[in-house]
Design a protein around this ligand. Sequence first.
Ligand code: DSN
Length: 426
Amino acid sequence: MLEPDLRAADPAIATLIDDENRREHESLRLIASENYASRAVMEATGSCLTNKYSEGYARKRYYEGQQVIDQVEELAISRVKALFAKTRGKGEGQDDLHVNVQPYSGSPANLAVYLAFCQAGDTIMGLGLASGGHLTHGHSVSITGKYFKSVPYGVRRTDCRIDMDEVRSLAREHKPKVLWAGTTAYPRALDFAAFREIADEVGAILAADIAHISGLVVAGVHPSPVGYADVITSTTHKTFRGPRGGMILCKKEHAAAIDRAVFPGLQGGPHNHTTAGIAVAAHEAARPEFVQYAQNVVDNAKALGEALSARGFAVVTGGTDNHLLLVDVTAKGVTGKVLAQALDRANIVLNYNAVPFDPRKPFDPSGIRIGTPAVTSRGMGRDVMLMLAEWIDRVTAAPADDSVVAGVAAEVKALCEKYPAPGLRL
Ligand code: DSN
């Protein structure tokens, strides 16, 4: 339950927050980009730091009264730097990394990369949205596809994996200014070394968008782009388990360009309460338990993928290397949207998603995306993944049957009672 102040001041919002607390507690959160931030992260985010303006960077601000804020931002930066420096597979050491924790979220972080390195009309390359890329990697409806000449690469028809030969030949032909290595709905590990080779060959800036996998990267269960990418962007609220926010890491030589692009190029004052939450999350991610957490996220995703495959689901690429699965449900006689909505009624919350080469429209595509970061934060393991596969199977067989859906909803709710989620107050 909430503190009494909010309840007295604004009962309507207090009640809605209570409702969301209960919904998050009673349902299985399988949206691959979501997680549960800890109470400590939420306390920092809900603190008086939200009151302060601090345009600029530590020791170089445009407003007075930064005695505390400078320390908060410097602490967040040093913790993030330390986490990523130890993931380095290549390069000279921590001193080569520059960190900016001011981007409001992932999309602004990515826009800062464009502002730092491109002029309008320049060519950029990223994984197409339909193949699992992000809007901000050059999709036509995004400013990044309107202001730049976007050349998307895709995945192979045969195995739905990123086709590095296609990336190389498109890069040779189009000579992009920025080459993105990053995904939102791709279940396999990214080969940052291969992307680096291609970027070097064509003189591109290699930008790694690790929003989905940053927690896995710092825990060492996904290869790190540090030492390969010129610039790395991430949100802070997915596998990283922090507040909603963004961060950018780059080689020292690009520090001034990135900092200028974030402020004053794109943003005004940083959200200092979020910066504090990022610092807390980085502190939590430095603990040995976080490595185990990240390994469990991947193990759970693999277990769920195997269980779904055994039940006849078409798991794209045949499985996963990371925290998510993409499943084509066409052969089960249902569309992604119908299934996602039925599962939501069954307290299993995920999103409908296009699959590679999807013949259906994005608003009602052929697949669903399933992520394990949040359920793993609740301490759920392999046994729950097997139950989950059975529940998904049951709802898939009868998405319009209210009694089937209600039966699964009740079982899910009973299970959730045994696994309190971090950060929720009930
Ligand atoms: N909305 C995020 C996701 O779900 O992957 C990406 O920005």
